[in-house]
Unconditional design. Structure first.
Length: 134
């Protein structure tokens, strides 16, 4: 598994990230995920609140790509990996409690991305290079 650094964790906490999935018929879907969080050193997750197209795509086996950048810092990251959908287990139950505490909508699902590759999206010559890969 690819491993997050403390710097990456802090960056994820303080910036908006977007996810990309693809439908069975090849249509790309891109959208922001304000609920993205670090689950542990090797996993990212988010609250799938709308149960919309991304959720349908993931249920149909789509890959998931997560990317975010900070324009002022000219810094960013892209994350790739394997997705597990949590709807009725300890991870899901814990995140429902978080949603209740934060006063946000109960997630329909908590997709968890097991990181297999982390790429640098910072401006300059290193843009797109792999920082960590399993």
């Amino acid at each position: 598994m690819a491993t997050l650094t403390e710097d990456m964790k802090e960056f994820i906490k303080n910036n908006l990230f977007w996810i990309a999935t693809v439908s069975k018929d090849g249509q790309l879907d891109l959208g922001p995920k304000m609920s993205l969080f670090v689950l542990d050193d090797n996993h990212l997750a988010y609250h799938e609140r709308t149960a919309g197209q991304h959720y349908r795509n993931l249920k149909d086996g789509s890959q998931l790509v997560v990317a975010g950048a900070n324009l002022a810092e000219k810094k960013g990251y892209r994350f790739r990996g394997n997705v597990t959908l949590h709807t009725d287990d300890a991870i899901y139950d814990a995140r429902v409690k978080v949603a209740e505490q934060e006063g946000t909508k109960k997630p329909a699902c908590v997709p968890v991305l097991e990181l297999t590759e982390i790429q640098d999206l910072s401006a300059g010559a290193k843009a797109g290079t792999t920082l960590s890969k399993d």
